[in-house]
Design a protein around this ligand. Structure first.
Ligand code: AMP
Length: 284
């Protein structure tokens, strides 16, 4: 596995592969890799000639009071995992090469970026859309792989790709959970043992709501009450930022879950913000 730190070199390498008609699959990450990331890598490995993974903790997508400096980093361990998984290139640029002096352009996706997590993390999705656009321009992949766990991110990236006529296929892979259903996340490392146990309540609330939809309860108000009740019954959940029912394409909150919908949750446990979501539909 080659490790590349300089965007221009990565771009030239991708150009070379394209010249030789090799398909490129790209998996962007912020490192501290877990099975969720590795499932994206495995899918990319199966579907492409060349797999490029990136590790870049993007300062642009963290708010001033967020965990940028604390964010878990384990470059050597991550590199070994990616090597074992058959990744061809690990692209891990230094921040000054991504955002040199004078950097002034950003990608803002109106509307979609203000909902759900966007309401609690102003500027977050502008940072995400900007870095992903840059990473796609640098690695020039045929396909790029993202996790359903960050559902809003996938909707926003698809929008950017469509609106800016980018010739890349966005592939969304299922969320990988722990045994009790908790979605794997680099931030799970922040949780104490008790908080980690309590965090299972997120998956439980989504599963219960999904089950309720299947059994004919489709009024979103009732589903919100159901999810909120379960989440608030856990004393270590200090804040429920949102738990509701959304249109999976527009991310608008919907009144009735009478078609394919998205259940999504964001909570604070201890000092850690955790999110998850689930697609659901009523039984016909
Ligand atoms: P991150 O390193 O958190 O920026 O995540 C990098 C990619 O991995 C994103 O596309 C995430 O959606 C995806 N990802 C993170 N956690 C999971 C998970 N538990 N299951 C599947 N994909 C995930």
């Amino acid at each position: 596995m080659e490790i590349i730190r300089i965007p221009r070199i990565m771009q030239d390498r991708a150009g070379g592969y394209r010249l030789h008609a090799k398909s490129i699959g790209f998996v962007p990450t912020m490192g501290a890799l877990h099975e969720g990331h590795m499932s994206l890598v495995r899918t990319a490995r199966a579907e492409n000639d060349i797999v490029v993974a990136s590790i870049f903790v993007n300062p642009l997508q963290f708010g001033p009071s967020e965990d940028f400096s604390l964010y878990p980093r384990d470059f050597e361990g991550d590199a070994q995992e990616l090597r074992n998984a058959g990744v061809d290139i690990l692209f891990s640029p230094d921040a000054p090469l991504m955002y040199p002096k004078g950097f002034a352009t950003s990608i803002a996706v109106e509307g979609l970026s203000e909902r759900l997590c966007g309401a609690y993390r102003p500027g977050h999705f502008r940072g995400v859309a900007t870095v992903v656009t840059k990473l796609l321009n640098i690695t020039n992949p045929h396909r790029a792989y993202f996790g359903q766990k960050d559902f809003q991110q996938t909707v926003i990236i698809r929008r950017v790709v469509k609106d800016l006529d980018m010739a890349v296929e966005i592939v969304v892979c299922p969320t990988v959970g722990e045994e009790d259903g908790l979605a794997m996340s680099s931030r799970n490392r922040y949780l104490s043992e008790a908080e980690r146990k309590a965090a299972a309540v997120i998956y439980r609330s989504l599963s219960e709501a999904s089950g309720a939809i299947q059994s004919g309860i489709i009024k979103s108000e009732r589903l919100r009450d159901l999810m909120g009740g379960i989440l608030r019954s856990e004393p270590l959940v200090s804040h429920v930022q949102y738990c509701s029912v959304y249109d999976p394409e527009t991310l608008d909150e919907i009144d009735r879950a009478d078609r394919e919908c998205l259940l999504a949750v964001a909570v604070i446990i201890g000092k850690t913000r955790l999110i998850d979501n689930m697609r659901a539909r009523p039984r016909r």
